[in-house]
Design a protein around this ligand. Structure first.
Ligand code: AIR
Length: 205
């Protein structure tokens, strides 16, 4: 810790550490942590938030919501390495079961470093751009990360819920319903495309 560390950063790290030390009711702690290197990644990470919302997760903004929930923070591996360390180090004790981590650019190190520090907690990496893929997935032997294709943050959220569903049959049912809805939508599009004809279908999109 340097003396130059700003109060705002220190307070955020203190918050994570005191939440980890507190004996909180697991019912009220977030299950999925969604972190990203910058708020400029929010659009790319929106798929994760949408899937979690669709599957009935609430957003925990610090009020200790009950039931399945997620939280979101900006954590930059390079601008705020101490915050990344604190987030990953305290994640399990704060009640998180799985982390979805997105980062962009060619040095997209938040997912891979979070995976190493939070191990054995599973971390699902989201390369925000195509050029971030190698940096997210390129881990050495013995240092695993789960990862999705560039921009596929919704898939990362689905994978996170799949992990949670191993212990929670209710979530398995929600995942089944989600897949049924998806198949219904694809079948509906397929039928309309055929029955309306290509031009009318395109015009109505
Ligand atoms: N980034 C932020 N800190 C470390 C990295 N690698 C990434 C963000 C974002 C990109 O850099 O994840 O995708 C550009 O960030 P910004 O804040 O300049 O828009």
């Amino acid at each position: 810790m340097t003396d130059a560390q700003p109060r705002e950063l220190r307070e955020l790290i203190d918050r994570l550490e005191s939440e980890a030390a507190a004996d909180r009711d697991p019912e009220t702690t977030p299950d999925v942590g969604v972190i990203m290197g910058s708020d400029s990644d929010l659009d790319a990470m929106a798929g994760a938030h949408e899937v979690l919302d669709d599957l009935g997760f609430s957003e925990d903004t610090g009020d200790g919501v009950r039931g399945f929930s997620y939280e979101t923070y900006v954590v930059s591996a390079h601008r705020t390495p101490e915050l990344m360390d604190a987030y990953a180090r305290t994640a399990a004790d704060r009640g998180l079961e799985v982390i979805v981590a997105g980062a962009g650019g060619k040095s997209a190190d938040l997912p891979n470093m979070t995976a190493s520090i939070a191990y054995p907690l599973p971390v699902i990496g989201v390369p925000v751009q195509e050029k971030s893929v190698d940096s997210v997935v390129g881990m050495p032997s013995g240092a695993p990360i789960l990862a999705v294709d560039a921009g596929k943050s919704g898939n990362a959220a689905l994978s996170a819920v799949q992990i949670l569903a191993r212990e929670h049959p209710g979530l398995r049912d929600r995942l089944d319903e989600w897949r049924t809805d998806l198949q219904r939508e694809v079948a509906d599009v397929s039928r309309r495309l055929h029955d309306e004809g290509v031009q009318e279908f395109r015009d109505s999109r």
